[in-house]
Design a protein around this ligand. Sequence first.
Ligand code: PEP
Length: 229
Amino acid sequence: MIVVANYKMNLNLKDYKIVLKHLNNNRVEDTKLILCPPFVYVPFFAKNKTWYALGCQDVSANSKGKCTGQISASMLKDFDVTHCIVGHSDRRAFETNEDIAGKVKQLVDNEIIPIICVGENKKDEADALIIEQLRTTLSKINAKAEFYIAYEPVWAIGLGETATASYINKKVAIIKKEIKRLGFNNPILYGGSVDEENCINLKKCKVDGFLVGGLSLRTDKLISLLGRV
Ligand code: PEP
């Protein structure tokens, strides 16, 4: 299983020192853990990297130049970043599917695995939105590209309400069908209020792993989840 921990804009250096100490003392075999701290802590995570992989929460759609405040994929590569979340619902207010497609291309060109978030805003919303997100964001890469799709129903993020296993399976089937039609066959993760308790039921879903937000702020709970999936 793959587990992506999205720290969003939380914690500080003092906290992250404790997080890494805790994780380094509790290595979990057989689960691929990808930690995604805020940009400024990436060098610290890179320097202290042990058994986990290092990810980021965003990247520029451009390779260099007049992009004040942005970080390029090649800069992330300099710090051994191997994965990067793009299109998270927290960011979709500021970017289009086209922008996200540019980010995905930059990452793939720099051999960083994009974790592409897709998902409907409201429960039972038509699937056309997810299909359009997939079509556009995957439009600039070829069939050999490595990426993960994180299915994250926006209505289930951060609110303590997860989608049911059958709801997730239905959406995952639609995502798999669409990416197959586009020539891909890549891992699919689920994200949306996953915790160390409900993961026992959710791991029965047809997914390859989970993206967790709130849970990453409790390293003890994150470690419990890692041992259960
Ligand atoms: C997320 O931020 O992508 C997420 C899934 O958060 P949470 O686990 O808190 O719902």
